[in-house]
Design a protein. Structure first.
Length: 118
């Protein structure tokens, strides 16, 4: 009987660890999706900034203190900060120690930069 309980405890322990790894993987996946959207927004911002500067320089309409240029630069900086935050959160998830429920320690529904601007 003791051998049966020992086997059952080992199985429960293994299942618990497996469950924690599934939670970690799911959280990392969510963070990576958010990072992908933020990265796409950053790319679009850089492209728009480049087109605006090219057109503005050719027509001498854009100056470095342009409101639109400042807004685009602000958006790019915000996207970079968001990507850095996501990377830090993913590293916390990856390298968390031991079998504990870390899902309550990290924000899962952080609004993306694009949503903040709307």
């Amino acid at each position: 009987m003791n051998n049966h309980n020992n086997w059952k405890n080992k199985l429960n322990h293994w299942i618990f660890h497996f469950h924690q790894e599934v939670i970690k993987t799911s959280m990392i996946g969510k963070k990576m999706l958010t990072a992908s959207r933020t990265n796409a927004h950053l790319k679009e911002t850089y492209e728009e900034l480049g087109r605006l500067l090219e057109k503005g320089i050719e027509t001498e309409e854009v100056h470095w203190d342009s409101v639109k240029v400042r807004a685009l630069l602000h958006t790019a900086k915000a996207c970079k900060r968001d990507l850095e935050d996501i990377e830090n959160q993913v590293n916390k998830i990856k390298f968390s120690s031991g079998p504990e429920d870390i899902s309550k320690q990290l924000p899962l529904n952080k609004n993306s930069t694009k949503q903040k601007e709307d």
